[in-house]
Design a protein around this ligand. Structure first.
Ligand code: MLT
Length: 271
């Protein structure tokens, strides 16, 4: 497993990478996470795939562009520029939560580069007015009081009760990742998420193989809404990761990887 930094579109974009050959898989993380959240997948899939997991703008070690919003479209263009830098043309695009919002933008912009889609713990709808107000409040808190002020509540929101009660190393990993996110980066992403367009009209137009995954106890994007999203994508597969909350790939990597492995195998066979 290695890491690098690419200079693309005026920023330094950090990424983790594993596996030299095989069909490429690009993994996009959720809000307040970084490419590090995919380590369990980088490790598991590197034997048969080239797996790349960038830190999206404002997150991890990637440049914070604090002016205005870090839109989902900007993040999608960053990801495409990284693929250009790495000489990768087409990918299976895997994404969790905010990464999913970026994946929808990526699919609209660069449809020909997407071999298959994996959408975990995410949604196609845009924000409600209440959600936008809550984002503004979180933005102010992060900028005025720092990530300390939101790390505990966000960790609790993201993880299933069983994870919080019995997996202290996972809880610490998630909390640390939140604390390492620059407050200005989080603030810009909050504005970007609030501004994202509704993507529900895209779902019936998706014509690549798709897998929708969701933690059985995801309180942020609940299974019921994920199932509805899967039903709207022609031929999509739907899997519930039992015992996981919103960070399904981090909380239950074995179960998540089993579903992903089955899907990748079928995509490879049908390619
Ligand atoms: C995420 O995990 O990326 C966030 O929960 C997404 C959101 O706040 O809508």
């Amino acid at each position: 497993m290695g890491s690098g930094v690419a200079r693309v579109r005026g920023i330094e974009l950090a990424y983790e990478e594993a596996g030299a050959g095989g069909p490429a898989v690009l993994l996009l993380h959720g809000f307040l996470f970084s490419g590090a959240m995919w380590r369990g997948q980088l490790e598991a899939f590197s034997a048969e795939h080239r797996v790349v997991a960038p830190d999206l703008r404002g997150h991890g070690r990637t440049t914070v562009v604090a002016e205005g919003a870090a839109t989902m479209e900007e993040m999608a263009r960053d990801a495409a520029a990284l693929l250009d830098e790495l000489g990768i043309e087409r990918v299976t695009l895997g994404a969790l939560s905010m990464g999913g919002y970026v994946a929808f933008a990526f699919y609209r912009l660069f449809r020909e580069r997407v071999r298959a889609l994996v959408l975990a713990d995410t949604r196609a709808e845009s924000d409600t007015d209440d959600a936008r107000r809550a984002r503004e409040e979180m933005r102010r808190t992060a900028l005025e009081s720092g990530m300390d002020a939101i790390a505990d509540s966000m960790t609790r929101k993201m993880l299933a009760p069983a994870t919080l009660a019995s997996r202290p190393e996972t809880v610490a990993f998630v909390r640390e990742m939140i604390l390492r996110t620059p407050a200005a980066g989080a603030a810009a992403a909050l504005r970007g998420m609030a501004a994202r367009p509704d993507q529900t009209s895209l779902l019936p137009e998706i014509d690549v193989p798709a897998l929708v995954l969701v933690g059985g106890e995801d309180a942020i994007t609940p299974p019921r809404s994920s199932e509805a999203m899967a039903r709207a994508i022609p031929g999509a597969r739907f899997e519930v990761v039992e015992g996981a909350g919103h960070a399904s790939n981090v909380e239950r990597p074995a179960e998540f990887n089993r579903a992903l492995a089955d899907f990748l195998k079928d995509v490879k066979r049908d390619a």
